[in-house]
Design a protein around this ligand. Structure first.
Ligand code: GLU
Ligand code: MG
Length: 441
């Protein structure tokens, strides 16, 4: 791996990056010699690439590189060429942010927070499996047999995480650490929290880097929510807090006089997230496969409750009450299939609504939610998150606040993308069904 990340020398190629509505990285690659021109004038792109469907009204968009994000990819091509990566904003022909560009949606959400004199701070924990493809063509299996936080002896798997960690550092991303997750072959990498836009960009960079580094060592890095039916799924835990734009970076989620260390603003913001949790599920868990992770007793919280100390709830208040900047909300139900730009925008819309309506926060649930009976859940007013994709999409359809947070064009495209996923799945007749019903009907 090369040891420089500062793009001072002209690269051989530059990849102009942007994401579609499903959060997949897209690119146009240009020779390094074209960079100076393209930096100024941008590049034309068809809106169908972002929206996932033909759209004559948005066929002439413009990619405009966001120079502040340009980094040198620390791994060269097989023939030794250098490649720079740069995230782009997508503009309409008259130079306005394109409402179907997930990055533009998040920029707008951050601006809306800043109008409230609040600056969002976001962090993510990215879980993924390292799988070893089988030589005989059967399904890939976990690349090691270790468990939660194990110190393993399988250097190959550790080396992938070290490669990812080192590559990210060389691209200017501070890696806090990586560890083995609960199940064989499952890993988690955490990088330093930051602004909403940079955290979303960095998560996509991490996924791309992990997939590339794993391939170099003959493995696959898999971020799908539930790759293996019998093992835990992959979470994308999202940590979020607000700091003041007015008085330096004063944390707004802390109040030393509160028993949980939470400010009123934090309580209202969390109450907003609880209120909008069904619609947020459509954004945080956007594929058919997402709902195979969100099942009872699977290591994943499926109830709409919060806690200070209990990881079995979907929403957990984290932080040390003595360290104001550490007070934050952790959302534990989202998965890595989520488009981070849209998810962060939805969370900020829910925060703002909770604040505006001064929503009351219900009591925390410090018990293992999965162990509570239906009667106890009902008594405590704890509902469940949507159990399948159509259920979540209906909730998003019924939630004007989250829809407005994403904007109608992005919401429509995100719903269409998820609905296409569901329709394709719904038409399948699986081996399980044939085995179960073929001769029993
Ligand atoms: N992998 C678990 C999930 O899918 C989360 C494990 C953890 O607590 O880090 O929700
Ligand atoms: Mg984890």
């Amino acid at each position: 791996m090369a040891s420089r990340h500062s793009p001072d020398r002209v690269p051989d190629f530059v990849q102009l990056l942007f994401t579609d509505i499903a959060g997949r990285l897209k690119t146009l690659e240009i020779p390094g010699s074209r960079w100076e021109d393209v930096r100024e004038s941008g590049w034309t792109v068809d809106g169908a690439v972002l929206l996932g469907h033909g759209d004559p009204a948005h066929s002439d968009l413009r990619l405009r590189p966001d120079e502040s994000t340009r980094v040198r990819r620390p791994w060269c091509t097989a023939s030794g060429l250098t490649v720079d990566l740069v995230f782009c904003d997508v503009l309409t022909p008259d130079g306005q942010p394109f409402a179907g560009d997930p990055r533009a949606v998040l920029r707008k959400a951050v601006e809306a927070s800043e109008h409230r004199e609040q600056r969002p701070v976001l962090g993510v924990e990215a879980e993924f499996y390292l799988l070893r493809p089988a030589a005989d063509g059967t399904a890939a299996r976990p690349a090691d047999s270790h468990g939660y936080w194990d110190l393993g002896h399988d250097e190959q798997v550790d080396e992938v995480c070290r490669d990812v960690s080192q590559a990210l550092e060389l691209m200017g991303v501070t890696v806090d650490g990586h560890h083995h997750e609960v199940c064989p072959g499952q890993r988690e990498i955490v990088f330093r929290h930051g602004g909403a836009l940079e955290t979303a960009d960095r998560l996509l960079l991490l996924k791309h880097t992990a997939r590339s580094m794993a391939r170099r060592r003959g493995l696959k890095a898999v971020f799908m929510p539930k790759p293996l039916a019998e093992l835990y799924g992959n979470a994308l835990h999202v940590h979020v807090s607000l700091e003041s734009t007015r008085s330096g970076a004063t944390p707004l989620f802390h109040d030393a006089s509160d028993p949980h260390g939470m400010s009123e603003l934090f309580r209202h913001s969390l109450a907003g997230v609880l209120d909008h949790a069904p619609a947020l599920t459509a954004i945080g868990n956007p594929t058919v496969n997402s709902y195979k992770r969100l099942v009872p007793r699977s290591g994943t919280p499926i109830h709409r409750s919060w806690a200070r100390h209990n990881r079995s709830t979907a929403f957990k208040v984290c932080g040390d009450g003595r360290v104001p900047s550490s007070m934050r909300l952790e959302l534990r139900s989202p998965d890595p299939a989520a488009n981070p730009y849209l998810l962060f925008s939805g969370i900020l819309a829910a925060f703002a609504d909770g604040q505006d309506r001064k929503l009351e926060l219900p009591d925390p649930c410090e018990d293992a939610v999965a162990e509570l009976s239906d009667a106890e859940l009902a008594l405590r007013g704890i509902g469940a998150l949507p159990t399948d994709l159509p259920d979540a999409l209906r909730a998003l359809g019924d939630d004007p606040v989250v829809r407005a947070g994403l904007g109608e064009l992005a919401t429509h495209a995100a719903v269409s993308s998820s609905r296409a996923d569901w329709n394709a799945w719904h038409r399948l007749v699986t081996a399980w069904e044939t085995e179960r019903y073929a001769e029993s009907e």
